[in-house]
Design a protein around this ligand. Sequence first.
Ligand code: ASP
Ligand code: ASP
Length: 335
Amino acid sequence: MSGVGSMEPQSDRLAVVPSELLPPRSERRHLLSVRDLDRADVERLLATAKSFALSQERDTKKLPTLRGRLVVNVFFESSTRTSSSFELAAKRLSADTMSIKSSGSSVDKGESLKDTALTLSAYDPDVIVIRHPQIGAPQLVAAVTEAHVVNAGDGKHQHPTQALLDLYTISAALGRLEGAQVAIVGDVLHSRVARSLIQALELVGAGVLLVGPPPLVPAELGEVSYDIDAIRDADVVYVLRMQRERMLEGANYVPSLREYSARWCVTPERLRPGQYVMHPGPMNRGVEIDPRVADSAEALIVDQVRAGLVVRMAVLYDLLTSGRVAVESAFAGIA
Ligand code: ASP
Ligand code: ASP
């Protein structure tokens, strides 16, 4: 029987990546919410991301690990960091990528999310990364396709890879996560970043305090303080963007942005020397964060963007292989 194979023209066989060179197929897992993870998952993902960070210091930054795999990015909301870092993460792992934005696609013509998902699944993607303004959109895509699905932000619900890159950044700055004190300041109400990060910090044993004006800081999400001076006790001050696009028209969350900024803007005067400051971006300088803080040596904002690349590499890698045990093999062939 082996004779049949050997009669195939050589060039045809070379066109296909032999299946033994691909990472093993794992059961179909998704990353839809931080709730999908336990502490061991988080530790494995952060360790994998750290290995990838070392690979990014080499001259040749590309790893062959996910050669032959297809990662499709579908973004129904604007994004700079998340969409570009998923795309680069997939490329650095040698996967094929395809990026679809809602403007200029059939979504503009009223195609339903289900039909878009079914159309994309005809290309047999291994991973679909999706951002959508509706809560639960990633679950719907997971239900109608065969791909592993990663939630890159659904409404004000979840943004799990942001939470992972934030943990990575905090751990790199403080040298620990357990017992770290993080104050999350500002528009918690509309923030998927806050919802994911609160769960992730609790998972790793860090303390969280939510700080801001009462209409923007729901008490059911955790321990709250309505006094900006409370941020001084934290190791890390995590500033959220005022999400005006998610605020209901006519609702009076704050009297005015000017007043918000006067009472809640994170300024050098409100910080203690040595406190780290984070922001998921995009920043409204002068509204929630003082430019002097954003540009200070204690700001970890660029570190967060850098962490976004290696953490997303780790997530793609983890979903498509059996996890940390195989990290060494990710580097095979690039010695
Ligand atoms: N929304 C931010 C941006 O556009 C970050 C993100 O994509 O999550 O860069
Ligand atoms: N970039 C983050 C997000 O997409 C935070 C923000 O937009 O304020 O949720």
